[in-house]
Design a protein around this ligand. Structure first.
Ligand code: BGC
Length: 779
């Protein structure tokens, strides 16, 4: 049985992670000098002798590539290809270019590519050290254009040193600092078949970046929305400030007309101070070299040929404002600039709306932050770092899974996570990592601990819960187990004593408390995954480990004399309950303390990133949904509502709003909207929504809530609306699934219900199969 399961899983793994074996091309570059800044062009012409049935381009072009066939781009995606640890894993793109080839044989045709640096050749310096990445080399290309003919034969046009190369208008590109483009140096027709490349050099055959080649299965980054400025202010002296009205990730397209050589500089940022763009809050980690662009800056030199359009190709920024400065006054207006919102092109999976404007704004802000922070990897922020911070990724995974069909993105990132694990099992705080970010115990700046390092177990677990992805559990289980073992080895008496604390909290909870809570959950998840895989021995080992951690945790932090935890921050109280570290009686006391604390603090969020995952669900799960709802929507400082009331369109990194204005890690309430207000909850015993729960919280202040979610089995819908004396609850259960509806005891007259008590609450339960339902509730 076990063998059959493994064989099936392996079969699916091969399908999901396609690997092409017969590459004909060689790696090519134009130079081996990593300090050379101009983006290279490559081209090759060819003639076809027979009738073509299909043409497919297999491309790996790192850092970024733009490929053209007969002068036309092969995709509308941007920043191709996905970021990986290039020396371990390379994702090749497959483009169907049949339609771009001329059907007329004997005609000369062309294939061409331009390469950007991306994360492969970071040229500007910053504290995370990507400028010293072990994989860093000049951009390079591997390409096979496979042409199949109607007579069954085929031909491959592959990269080699017969390709020609040169440089063009792109003078410099770096993800941190920006792009410099001199339109006077454009080479008209360079990617067209008829271009004369006699003066171009031959490409150099070069080494592979080292990674194993896999097909890129996850969606590419695309322009997901075009954003028009809401205002433009003329600041005088050829300087203009464009306000895009919302914060997002991407670039701006500039439309200008002027004299050749006019320099236009576009500064991107999130904050305006004294009427001008202020980037200071985002630049402290940069270590720019003299004469370099400062940060998030694109420069365009006009060619002077009438209407000109410039869109940076190899960078992206996080911004709401663009300050445009010219050295030769240009008459710019609101039509001169447009924003391009970049994100991984995930399709929508879920939607949520309600009768409350603040809730709807919060929902939109979380989605906007999420989209700004998934550009081929989940990131912390789109401006300052663009790093795959592990805690930021795992605390926002559920936001991603509810709202978007993002599973392929997480499968890919989990590969990155396992690539980052050292032979000893250690995990870095950012992934991909260039070596920076592994825990150095004793060095406070460099100890991230299990709250960050557990991303592999948490994200794998969510993928199991939401998508029933057992193959993924099978694939990553050995690494998950290894990580739990490392954490166990570093622990002292089952307590984990270092790691980042409740990041960005205004009130601190001891890190031994929060790190040990994560260590406990690592052991619990490892045991659960062992059970899923039928590994009884491991299940017993990790259950025992979890029990020992729980006992040590309660011995250390619980005071039997008072019946309370010694630490009574909102995070401590809710963490003990959320992670199931507290016994049922103690949990009830802790929740009581938490409610009192929230009320005493005037419903303010006295917690950080960790608390954001615990406080709302712990309150609503134990009958205090109204308290949670009020806390979430309160507009006083500190809290989410405060940001929104002050005009935020994305979530901030810190409550005062002094750091990044586009972080996703405070956004878990968006998953809570689906799970709690709409009440749709996955069931770990029947994952992937084969069976699920419908348990809405009818929070005071809300008149209606409406949500839908496209599960593997079909769309689940949940909607409730107050009507005169009661609530009408309408929902839809996909055929092939069942749902257990749980409602406050006594509110449902028919159908027949079963009374249950869950975490101290009396609920009425009814199990339904696929279909549409309307229940009238006496609330
Ligand atoms: C990032 C955070 C991250 C943290 C951890 C920050 O610079 O922006 O989101 O989790 O560092 O150290």
């Amino acid at each position: 049985m076990k063998f059959i399961l493994s064989a099936i899983l392996l079969f699916f793994a091969c399908i999901t992670y396609g690997q092409r074996a017969d590459w004909k091309g060689s790696w090519i570059t134009n130079t081996e000098d990593t300090t050379a800044t101009k983006a290279p062009y490559f081209r090759k012409t060819f003639k076809l002798q027979k009738k073509v049935i299909s043409a497919t381009a297999y491309v790996v072009g790192v850092g970024y590539h733009i490929v053209y066939v007969n002068g036309k781009p092969v995709t509308d995606a941007v920043l191709e290809q996905a970021y990986t640890r290039y020396d371990k894993r390379l994702l090749y793109k497959v483009y169907d270019v049949t339609a771009l080839l001329s059907k007329q044989n004997t005609i000369t045709q062309s294939i061409a590519a331009e390469l950007g640096n991306g994360w492969y050749n970071i040229q500007s310096h910053a504290v995370w050290g990507f400028q010293n990445a072990p994989w860093r080399k000049t951009p390079r290309l591997l390409l096979d254009l496979v042409i199949k003919y109607t007579d069954g034969s085929s031909e491959t046009i592959a990269t080699d040193d017969s390709w020609k190369c040169a440089t063009g208008p792109s003078q410099f590109n770096c993800l941190y600092t920006g792009e410099i483009y001199d339109a006077r140096q454009e080479v008209p027709g360079w990617n067209q078949p008829g271009f004369n490349d006699a003066s171009w050099a031959h490409a150099l055959k070069t080494s592979s970046p080292g990674g194993t080649l896999y097909e890129q299965v996850m969606p590419s980054i695309k322009v997901i929305r075009r954003i028009k400025p809401v205002s433009v202010k003329n600041l005088g002296n050829g300087r203009y400030l464009f306000d895009m009205g919302q914060n997002f990730a991407g670039v701006a397209t500039l439309r200008v007309k002027g004299k050749a050589g006019t320099k236009v500089t576009m500064y991107y940022g999130e904050v305006v101070k004294d009427g001008e763009l202020d980037m200071k809050h985002n630049t402290e980690h940069m270590r720019s070299m003299p004469g370099e662009l400062r940060f998030q800056t694109d420069v365009y030199y006009l060619k002077g040929s009438g209407n000109e359009t410039f869109t940076p190709r190899f960078v992206y920024h996080g911004f709401q404002y663009v300050q445009v400065e010219t050295d030769n006054t240009l008459p710019l207006d609101i039509h001169s600039l447009e924003g391009l919102f970049y994100s991984t092109d995930f399709k929508e999976a879920g939607h949520f709306t309600s009768s409350d404007t603040m809730v709807n704004k919060l929902y939109a802000a979380a989605r906007q932050s999420y989209r700004s922070n998934f550009l081929s990897i989940p990131t912390d922020c789109p401006q300052r770092e663009k790093n795959g911070w592990t805690a930021d990724a795992h605390v926002s995974t559920e936001v991603g899974l509810w709202n978007y069909k993002s599973a392929a993105g997480y499968r890919k990132w989990l590969d990155d996570v396992s690539d980052a694990q050292t032979a000893d099992g250690a995990m870095p705080g950012i992934i991909p990592s260039n070596g920076w970010g592994y825990d150095i115990p004793g060095d406070e700046e460099h100890t991230f601990g299990p709250a960050w390092g557990s991303a592999l177990s948490f994200v794998t677990w969510y993928m199991y819960l939401y998508h029933g992805d057992t193959a993924l559990v099978q694939k990553h289980y050995p690494a998950i187990k290894k990580y739990t073992d490392v954490v166990a080895k570093e622990a002292e008496g089952y307590l984990f004593k270092y790691g980042l604390d409740d990041w960005m909290s205004l009130v601190q909870t001891p890190r031994t408390f929060t790190s040990t809570a994560y260590f406990y959950t690592d052991a619990v998840l490892t045991a659960k995954m062992a059970r899923i895989l039928g590994n009884k021995a491991d299940e017993a080992t990790y259950t025992k480990l979890a029990d020992s951690i729980r006992a040590a945790f309660n011995r250390t932090f619980f005071d039997p004399a008072t019946g309370h935890y010694k630490d009574s921050t909102m995070t401590a109280l809710s963490a003990a309950v959320f992670h199931d570290l507290a016994s049922p009686e103690v949990a009830t006391t802790a929740v009581g303390q938490l409610v009192a604390k929230v009320q005493r603090s005037n419903y303010h969020a006295d917690f950080g990133v960790m608390g954001t995952k615990y406080v709302l669900p712990v309150l609503s799960e134990r009958g205090y949904g109204d308290v949670a709802f009020r806390m979430l929507t309160d507009t006083g400082y500190a809290g989410w509502g405060h940001w929104i009331a002050h005009g935020a369109t994305t979530l901030f990194e810190d409550w005062p709003g002094e750091l990044s204005h586009n972080h996703i890690f405070f956004g878990d309430y968006c998953a809570w909207f689906y799970k709690t207000l709409a009440g749709i909850r996955p069931d770990e015993e029947a994952p992937g929504f084969k069976h699920f729960f419908l348990q809405p919280v009818f929070a005071k202040g809300l008149n209606f809530v409406k949500a839908d979610y496209e599960s593997r089995y079909g769309v689940i819908k949940s909607e409730w609306r107050r009507n005169g004396g009661g609530v009408r609850f309408s929902f839809e259960v996909p055929v092939g699934t069942t749902a257990t509806v749980r409602l406050p005891a006594g509110v449902l007259v028919s159908p027949k219900v079963k009374r249950v008590v869950i975490v101290g609450q009396a609920l009425d339960e009814v199990v339904v199969g696929g279909g549409k339902y309307v229940f009238d509730l006496k609330i």
